[in-house]
Design a protein around this ligand. Structure first.
Ligand code: FDA
Length: 311
């Protein structure tokens, strides 16, 4: 029998799901480099970074770190915290800043209706503050519930929301087609979770090809497209499709990148005349987020090792 070693990406994602690793990581990680990807533990740290990015011509969106909340009571506490965060961010009138939330942070693991009710509270607060809030896409078990809640929010008139399509999913083209039909606001990503081959494309080349096809399909539609990637080849492809497109002429697109990842690329895109929005996370619950960033580029582990040696 031939045993194949797990890919570094899969091994890191597996470890981030381990509660003991989470405990150790949470104790030391900020000192071991998580600060490169997280704007700070407090909202005020984050707001300072939002202004610094705005001064460089970048739009921003904020995420309060955390996910997979197990109890309804905790989901209630988190929802109240989101409302406070939105009220505070709404006071920063000079910023072009939006938010993203994860439905498992506000109750999806307990009950879909609870997550829906809490999403309504967050979106109503955001609407008062003139803010857009996207529903991030989590692992494949939550895709249908997320799309269902997204559709219900729009039907309820809470149009200040959008969603995400992950190119690695075999179902991605159908999911995007339904969203395009609704003229939804869609972020296209490659996909960040550990998924079986029955659910998601295992090979990077196939995911890259699927990503380009989705970007083309989204830009041909009449909704807003957020092209979220750090990959030069994906960006070059999107730029070719954008040239002369209606989506570009009507300002119905932007590039999105993560805080701390390829900041020179963020700037280069702005200099080439594109709207660029940077995802700026904050909070103490940063461990799983940090693990996903390491998994996307295992070379980032060297950066952790260097931080350990320097201490
Ligand atoms: P790829 O992983 O192929 O990387 C291309 C190049 O970019 C690398 O060679 C490297 O140079 C650089 N790079 C990528 N990641 C890096 C990192 N962490 N550190 C340093 N360099 C890096 N996923 C999901 O499942 N649901 C979601 O809701 C979201 N939301 C989201 C928002 C935004 C704004 C972004 C940019 C990404 C997401 N993702 C996501 C994550 C996404 O699915 C994917 O895991 C990452 O974007 C990495 O894929 P790339 O497209 O960057 O390409």
């Amino acid at each position: 029998m031939r045993i194949t070693a797990p890919k570094p990406r899969d091994a890191i994602l597996f470890l981030t799901q381990n509660p003991r690793m989470a405990k150790i990581g949470t104790r030391y990680g900020m000192r071991l480099g998580a600060g490169r990807f997280v704007a700070g533990v407090t909202l005020e740290d984050c707001i300072a970074e939002l202004h610094a990015l705005a001064a460089r011509g970048l739009r921003t969106y904020t995420i309060m770190l955390g996910e997979s909340v197990a109890s309804a009571a905790e989901a209630e506490r988190v929802t109240a915290a989101y409302v406070d965060v939105i009220d505070r961010l709404g006071a920063e009138a000079s910023l072009d800043n939006t938010m993203s939330i994860k439905l498992t942070h506000i109750g999806l693991l307990s009950d879909r209706e609870l997550a829906y009710d809490n999403a309504v509270r967050v979106l109503e607060a955001a609407r008062r503050a003139g803010m857009f809030v996207r529903l991030d896409m989590e692992d494949s078990r939550h895709v249908d519930a997320t799309l269902d809640i997204h559709g219900r929010l729009l039907a309820d008139g809470l149009t200040n929301t959008g969603v995400v399509v992950q190119a690695y999913l075999h179902r991605a083209p159908e999911l995007l087609a339904a969203l395009t039909e609704m003229r939804a606001n869609v972020r296209i990503v490659k996909g960040a979770y550990l998924e079986p081959a029955s659910v998601a494309l295992p090979r990077k080349e196939d995911v890259d090809r699927a990503y380009c096809r989705l970007v083309d399909a989204a830009l041909a539609g009449e909704g807003f497209t957020a092209i979220a990637t750090h990959d030069d080849a994906m960006i070059a492809h999107a730029e070719r499709t954008l040239a002369g497109s209606r989506a570009a002429a009507e300002g119905r697109y932007e590039f999105q990148l993560l805080y701390g990842v390829r900041p020179q690329l963020q700037q280069a895109l702005v200099e080439r005349g594109h709207p660029v929005r940077v995802c700026v996370p904050f909070g103490s619950d940063w461990y799983v987020y940090f693990g996903r960033r390491l998994a996307e580029r295992p070379a980032n582990l060297w950066f952790v090792v260097r931080s350990m040696v320097r201490r």
